[in-house]
Design a protein around this ligand. Structure first.
Ligand code: 5GP
Ligand code: ZN
Length: 138
């Protein structure tokens, strides 16, 4: 199902032009308009799902093989040294367009690390709290 007010639905459907590197029945992959690196690509499902929590298993099962295929091709074709796969869920996680998408970001020799954090420490209290709340719920 598409959402007529969603820009990524309109791009995925071809209503709004985009630099499309790949398209099939289920997905369109486009160049990001604000790229983090040369070749930064977004994989968009053609149906509207807000984020990973809404993605049906059938669609989800197709996403990682496609990310591997396009990511590998970006790397080889553009002479990158690697690539990041980034996928944000919710505003707090940096998602700005609420239509599920996967970022493929080619990385070149000498690039700065763009997906990084300062490691903290796992306290015993946190570990116990997390295991109590999360592991039991899974
Ligand atoms: P998010 O922050 O939601 O994970 O990523 C949204 C991405 O979509 C950003 O990297 C942004 O540059 C890109 N973007 C936003 N609007 C457009 C658009 O209209 N066309 C394209 N090609 N990329 C867009
Ligand atoms: Zn949408």
């Amino acid at each position: 199902m598409r959402d007529p007010n969603c820009i990524f639905c309109r791009i995925a459907a071809g209503e709004i032009p985009s630099a499309t590197v790949y398209e099939d029945m289920d997905f369109r992959a486009i160049l990001d308009l604000g790229p983090a690196s040369c070749g930064h690509t977004l994989i968009l499902p053609k149906d509207h799902f807000r984020d990973l929590t809404e993605l049906p298993d059938e669609t989800a099962a197709k996403v990682l093989p496609l990310a591997r295929r396009i990511g590998t091709t970006l790397k080889d074709a553009l002479g990158a040294a690697g690539f990041n796969v980034v996928q944000n869920n919710g505003e707090a996680a940096g998602q700005t367009v609420p239509h599920f998408h996967v970022h493929l970001i080619p990385r070149y020799e000498g690039d700065e690390n763009i997906v990084s954090w300062t490691p903290g420490e796992l306290s015993e209290a946190d570990r116990d709290m997390i295991l109590e709340k999360v592991a039991k719920a899974l």
